[in-house]
Design a protein around this ligand. Structure first.
Ligand code: FE
Length: 175
């Protein structure tokens, strides 16, 4: 009787172990997806390349979420949405000059909007997340996520609307 009990106990261990392996196998694809997206980020050439830990140490939690994890600030909450003073907008992560106040317009969309970026300051990436096809705008120097560009901007100028996050940019007033 005791022997049977030991055999049953041994079987239950084997069974538990194989179940654990199945759980681990089920988790693996998620890890691969993470790796793939990291590779994509790494294959783009940026002058400034930092580890996630270095960015986390440098940026505020909000800046990290938007700039490095491609988050979006809530509309009508950003500090630059309604700012129309003369000056320059630089990348909040690396101070790369991105937009001038001359190109800023009130788009009523709740995010700071520009009809043009400073030449060579931004790079673009096709974004198919959330079931939409959009053009993501990133800082050309550090790869920081700025927002998206749409073709519904002012017709009298470029027709483009660079819809950016206030968190991604920093305003430098004109002297
Ligand atoms: Fe940058």
């Amino acid at each position: 009787m005791r022997n049977i009990f030991i055999i049953l106990l041994a079987f239950s261990f084997v069974s538990c172990n194989s179940q654990n392996k199945n759980v681990e196998k089920a988790k693996e694809p998620t890890k691969e997806i993470t790796k793939k997206s990291e590779t994509k980020k790494d294959t783009m050439d940026f002058k400034i390349v930092k580890t996630d830990a270095e960015w986390k140490a440098q940026l505020s939690p909000e800046e990290y979420t938007v700039l490095r994890e491609k988050g979006t600030e809530r509309p009508f909450t950003g500090e630059y949405d309604k700012l129309f003073e003369k000056g320059m907008y630089v990348c909040a992560a690396c101070e790369n000059p991105l937009f001038t106040s001359d190109t800023k317009f009130d788009s009523h969309c709740g995010w700071p909007s520009f009809d043009e970026a400073i030449k060579g300051s931004t790079v673009y990436h096709k974004d198919t997340s959330f079931g939409m096809i959009r053009t993501e705008v990133m800082c050309a120097k550090c790869g920081g996520h700025l927002g998206h560009v749409f073709d519904d901007g002012p017709k009298e100028t470029t027709g483009q609307r660079y819809c950016t996050n206030s968190v991604s940019i920093k305003f430098i007033p004109a002297k």
